[in-house]
Ligand binder design. Sequence first.
Ligand SMILES: [Zn+2]
Length: 307
Amino acid sequence: MQQLILPALLASCWTLCTEAGDWCYQTQFSLDHPCNVPEKWNLANSRCDGRSQSPINIVTRKTLKDKRLTPFKFDNYQQIFTGMIKNNGHSVQAGVPHLSTVSGGGLPTSYKAVQFHLHWGNNGGPGSEHTIDGEQYPMELHIVHMKQQYTDLTTALSDQEGVAVLGFFYEKSNSANRKYEPIINALRSIRNAKDNTSLIAISLAQLIPAEQNLTSYYRYKGSLTTPGCNEAVIWTLFESPIPLSMEQLRAFSELKFHDGKSMVGTFRPVQPLNGRQVSWSGGAVILASSFLLMAAIATALGLSQPN
Ligand SMILES: [Zn+2]
C-alpha cells in the first residue's frame, strides 16, 4: 500500500507545485515549457481572481474629479543612491533605500520607497499595464512604496492600504533621455535571469517628470499586477509621460526570461473594474501654468511689484 502512496503524493505535488509557482506572461508560454499565463494566474494564487485587480483601463470621461487629490510631497526623491538592479526573470527591478518618501496626494499617510521596476512591450511596441481610454503606452514605471510604519513588503501587503504604487507612462521621443543612461547602460550587464549589477549614483527624481508636472493624476484601489495579486495597493497613474528614445525603449527587449526567450510583453492584461471608481486630481498643470502666464503678463504690464 505504501508503495502506492508515495508515487501518488509525488504526482500530486508535481501538479500542485508546478501550478503554484510557475506563472508567466503570455509571451513566455511555449508547449515545451508550459506555464501559467495571466488568464491562469489564479492557479498560482487564488487572489488573482479577486474583485479589485490591477491593471485597469482608465476611461477618462468616467473618472470623478476629487479635490482631496492634492499635489504630492516628495521627500528625499533628489537623494543620490547606489542600488542593485536585477533581472528577476519577469522584469528589471532596482532596490531603493527607504529614505525617499511620498505623502500628500490624497494618501492616508506617508509611504517610503522600496523598489522600482518596469513593464514593457516588444521593441518599443505597446507595453504599459494600465491603459488610458484604451491606449497602451510603450512602457510603464512602478515605484513601489509601503507605509512608513512597516519594515517589509510582506507585512505591508496584508494591509488594504499598505502599499502605494506610483505609476508613470513613457512616450517615444526623438532624442535620448540622458537621465536614463545609468539604467539603460546597466541592462547590458543583466541580460539573463538572476543577473544583477550595481546602479551607480541615481535619484528617483531623475527618473520621473519634474514635480510641477505631477499634479495631474488618476487614483484607484487595486492590486499587485503579478502573483500573489494582493489587493493592498493605492494606485496613482500620472498623466505626464516620461520621454525615451526608440533606441532606449528597445534596449529593454534585449533582456531574457529564465528560458532564454526575449523578455518582451511583460504586462498583465487589463482587469475588470467591478464597480470601482477612478478619481482624477484635475488639470492643475494647466491652471498652474495659466496662473504663471497671468502673473508674467501682470508683471510685464507693471501691475504687480516684484521684489
Ligand atoms: Zn509593476
